[in-house]
Write a protein of this length. Structure first.
Length: 270
């Protein structure tokens, strides 16, 4: 609106100058050289200051427009900056959300993989201990002797089961004798039982392999679930009696027996 005002002012000023000239000089003939000379002097003396004023006003208007445009540009830039910050924040939030979803998905996959692995371990332990119990129900293939004196002499009929042969062993006494033999404190007749262990080793060879496998899988299970999983001790209780007897005979290693040792049942409050 201000820009369209200036041409009107200039046009009005020109009309006013012409009217003033006609009124002051009473010019009747427009073609008189003297009149035109006087008009030129009058126009130059009056119009130059007017043009200067108009120029100053135009410069001021230009500066004002420039400042206004600069202010508008700053406002637009500020709006763009705010919008970019908002978009950046939204992108960061979306990235965090995606990362959290990925972490949750990885955690769920890890949980499912760990659960599947535990299920496989349980299947292996269940199959091993079931086969172990079934194998102990089979009869012995021959006579099994242990000990070297009348009091320590034990005879098993081939018609008895392997489980019966193991349950008749005096495990504390066998452990004591084996310790005495290792330390050299056992008498000759007490150390004679060592010569009869080979028959037990041959008789329980298959069960020994099952016991070692069960101890191996129980160790893996314990690493993944800790010692407090009662499902783990369920399998240990199924295998430990045989492991204890074979360890007392010296057929399996002590660490195998310890790997299969279950926790005691919790005491019930009265």
């Amino acid at each position: 609106m201000t820009s369209s005002l200036y041409p009107r002012l200039i046009l009005g000023a020109a009309v006013a100058l012409i009217a003033a000239y006609i009124w002051m000089f009473r010019a009747n003939e427009l073609g008189s050289p003297e009149s035109w000379g006087q008009f030129g002097d009058f126009l130059g003396g009056s119009l130059n200051p007017l043009i200067g004023v108009v120029t100053v006003l135009l410069v001021l208007e230009t500066l004002q427009v420039t400042r206004r445009e600069a202010s508008d540009n700053r406002a637009a830039l500020e709006q763009q900056r705010v919008e970019m910050e908002r978009q950046t924040a939204e992108a960061a939030a979306q990235t965090r959300n995606t990362e959290q979803q990925l972490i949750a998905a990885e955690s769920q996959l890890s949980h499912l993989a760990a659960r599947d692995e535990l299920n496989e371990l349980q299947k292996c332990l269940d199959a091993l201990t079931t086969e172990l119990i079934a194998s102990l129900q089979r009869p012995t293939s021959g006579e099994l002797l242990i000990g070297g004196s009348l009091r320590m002499f034990i005879h098993y009929s081939p018609r008895g089961s392997k489980y019966e042969a193991l349950t008749k062993l005096s495990i504390p006494q066998l452990i004591q004798i084996r310790n005495d033999v290792k330390t050299g404190t056992a008498s000759h007749y007490r150390s004679g039982y060592i010569h009869n262990v080979n028959a037990w080793t041959n008789e329980f060879g298959y069960e020994t392999e099952l016991i070692r496998e069960a101890a191996h899988y129980c160790s893996i299970y314990e690493e993944k679930t800790g010692d407090g999983a009662w499902s783990l001790h369920y399998y240990k209780r199924r295998a430990y009696p045989l492991a204890e007897a074979l360890a007392a005979l010296g057929i399996v290693e002590e660490d195998v027996r310890l790997a299969l040792m279950p926790k005691p049942f919790p005491k019930l409050d009265n």
